[in-house]
Design a protein around this ligand. Sequence first.
Ligand code: SAH
Length: 215
Amino acid sequence: MEDSFRHKGLRQKLVEELRQKGISDERVLAAIGKVPRHVFMDSSFINYSYKDKAFPIGAGQTISQPFTVAFQTQLLEVKPGDKVLEIGTGSGYQAAILIELGARVFTVERQKELYVKAMHLLPQLGYRPTFFFSDGTLGLPAYAPFDKIIVTAAAEEIPQPLLQQLKVGGRLVVPVGKKNAQQMMLVEKISETEFRKSSHGNFIFVPLLKGIEIK
Ligand code: SAH
């Protein structure tokens, strides 16, 4: 799909809007300015691609609001070469942002339809994460440990396997809470047994679901 001057212009406006809303990490803003969000959108919403809003992507799921993507990514402090686990591939947009920041991305999705769609789309754009179709609450023990872990659906509580699969010195960003409001939690792993938790404001995500959906 074409990335026109109009799309690039709208994307720069979005970057300015995110800056005004408090996103200050220039690398994150540059990544948002680079990834063509319209390519990840469902065709019925394509004209809204550069609005700071979440939109349906099929299978009852949404592509996260750009502010939320930028905020979570900023909290994660991705460094080039970081091994990053993403739970909830969805459209693949967040994975593309992480790859722009130089991460090696392992992304997990529990819904077959979305997993297949993202697996086809991302490589066409030059983004090559490793895709997994499984229950992300279990993490990926065979590929652990990770420098960073990002969860893009709401968890009622922090999944224990993710804490175990984080490197010492690593960061986990996860929205935690009930259905209608979650707190964005940052968990820093201080040692094998010590974690520092901090809370970074209210967000609303679709719920993290147990098990996998096989259709
Ligand atoms: N990061 C996505 C946002 C996706 S919304 C993007 O950039 O578009 C959250 C996604 O998490 C949905 O696709 C949903 O199917 C997925 N999900 C929900 N529970 C899950 C689980 N247990 N394991 C993996 N993915 C899950």
